[in-house]
Design a protein around this ligand. Structure first.
Ligand code: BG6
Length: 369
């Protein structure tokens, strides 16, 4: 039950520190990530030449974050394929391919059919799933469960955070097994993982009221854009999807670098744009590119709302609103940056008097193709 929360979605957003902590639990040994369920699969991880991650909706954005993490740590090429596109062409897959599926419910028909298709063509399959014993994990060679607990609201929040967490763990596990991870990188990542639940809780504590107020002021907004670079890009996509799903507002997410190739034509005075700003500590180049994207849209009158690391002062001259997230590793930022976007969508839907748990036309689990 809702336990005093106004909606299941509000409860599930607030449960994210636990969803992340529970997904990590039992998967760290000393300074390394060891996923016990993947015991005995070392040869598989060493032998593969390619990973394809397949999923639908929110899970496909977690997949995009997973691509960056697995490529960086395990040095194997990763493609992300929407499950319903994957099966209806003639993808190049074989026994050197690992097909990772991601599904909260484990019952999404599009994703299930993609997994079966991959298996029939000789690929190895691994599922990331939140539901014990669901169909997709049963149809897969291996499973890494996310431990977000039951998710009731149609719009996914804590399951998304748990999926990203599981993919970070998978990237670190694979990197260790493949010998592509230095022990310094591994132990930094482990320390970062362990501090994440507290940092997610900090974002919830420090930004919920601010972001909800912002949403209240914007209840008449007709369109919102979201920009991100690197792992901020999938978060921009997810921020836009949350808004579409529950507040029925037109929203689009873009890779910030695409701006000048088209979307900048949409910017007119007053257009709200969220920008996920990567930390300047990880790459001053990537950070400065995003800051110049912000300058470009601001010069055209956009109302700029940035999600930026604490202490990042470079964004201040160009931002109408600044939402702060704590310092973390580059690949971990999505777990912090997504939280204010979820709160924003939820508060905007609430301000419009909508039922955030049961948005029109949507089902929690789509078991038809
Ligand atoms: C949808 C849900 O249709 O299925 C989304 O409305 C979800 O919230 C998507 O992201 C995928 O679901 P699952 O259970 O496979 O993760």
């Amino acid at each position: 039950e809702k336990g005093g929360w106004p909606s299941f979605m509000a409860k599930e957003v607030a449960e994210q520190p636990d969803a992340v902590a529970n997904t990590i639990r039992g998967r760290i040994q000393g300074d390394a990530v060891v996923i016990p369920e993947l015991d005995g699969l070392d040869e598989l991880f060493i032998g593969i030449n390619r990973v394809i991650i397949t999923a639908c909706g929110t899970a496909s954005y977690a997949a995009l974050v997973g691509k960056y993490a697995i490529e960086q740590w395990a040095r194997v090429p990763v493609d992300v394929e929407l499950a319903h596109e994957f099966r209806y062409r003639d993808p190049v897959i074989g026994d050197d391919t690992l097909v990772v599926s991601i599904s909260q419910s484990g019952e999404t028909m599009d994703t299930l059919m993609a997994v079966k298709y991959a298996r029939e063509r000789g690929a190895r399959t691994l599922s990331v799933c939140n539901t014990q014993g669901a169909t997709i994990p049963r149809e897969s060679d291996a499973v890494v469960y996310t431990h977000a607990g039951p998710e009731v609201a149609v719009a996914s929040t804590k399951a998304f955070s748990a999926q990203i967490t599981a993919l970070l763990l998978l990237g670190l596990h694979m990197g260790r097994v493949r010998g592509t991870l230095t022990s310094a990188v591994a132990s930094d990542a482990v320390a970062e993982l362990q501090s994440l639940p507290e940092k997610v809780a900090q974002v919830l504590a420090e930004e919920t009221e601010h972001v909800s107020q912002l949403a209240g002021w914007m209840a008449d907004t007709r369109s919102v854009l979201f920009l991100g670079r690197h792992v901020g890009f999938p978060i921009a996509l997810e921020g836009a999807l949350k808004l579409k799903e529950i507040s029925y507002i037109h929203a689009e997410g873009f890779a910030a670098g695409e701006l000048k190739h088209g979307p900048i034509a949409l910017i007119e005075p007053g257009q709200p744009v969220f920008v996920i700003v990567p930390s300047p500590r990880h790459s001053s180049l990537v950070h400065s590119k995003v800051v110049s994207n912000i300058q470009e849209i601001r010069a055209r009158g956009a109302r700029v709302i940035v999600v930026a690391e604490e202490g990042d002062a470079a964004v201040l001259p160009y931002a109408d609103e600044v939402i702060r997230i704590p310092l973390t590793g580059a690949l971990f930022e999505p777990l912090l940056a997504v939280v204010p976007l979820q709160i924003f969508a939820m508060a905007l839907a609430t301000a419009k008097g909508l039922d955030v748990d049961q948005p029109r036309n949507l089902a929690k689990s789509v078991t038809v193709e």
